[in-house]
Design a protein. Structure first.
Length: 100
C-alpha cells in the first residue's frame, strides 16, 4: 500500500511538472504576440482581442493561419507569425491564452 501511495504521489508530481512546463512555454511563446495583442490579450487597436477565447478557438485559429486557410485583415501577419509554430507550440500558446 505504501508503494502504491508513493507511486501515485510521483505520478501526480510529474503530471504537475509537465503541465507547468507547458504553461511556461506558452508564456514564453506569447512574448512575440504581446506587442499586437497586449500583455493580457485585451488589446484591440491593432488586432483582435484574445482575452476570453477558449484553447480550442485559439488552436483552430493558429492552425488555420499556419495552413493559410483562416483569417481576415491581418491574415498575412498571422500567417507569418504562425508559420514556425509546432503543434506543441500551438497547444502551449492556446493553453496560456485561454487563461486570460
Amino acid at each position: 500500500m505504501k508503494k502504491l501511495s508513493i507511486a501515485l504521489a510521483l505520478s501526480l508530481t510529474l503530471g504537475f511538472a509537465v503541465s507547468t512546463a507547458l504553461a511556461a512555454d506558452g508564456k514564453a511563446l506569447y512574448a512575440k504576440c504581446a506587442g499586437c495583442h497586449g500583455a493580457d490579450g485585451a488589446k484591440t487597436a491593432q488586432s483582435k482581442a484574445l482575452k476570453g477565447m477558449s484553447a480550442a478557438t485559439v488552436t483552430t485559429a493558429l492552425e488555420g493561419y499556419k495552413a493559410k486557410k483562416f483569417g481576415g485583415a491581418k491574415k498575412a501577419v498571422m500567417e507569418g507569425q504562425s508559420a514556425a509554430l509546432s503543434a506543441d507550440d500551438i497547444k502551449a500558446l492556446a493553453a496560456y491564452v485561454s487563461k486570460f
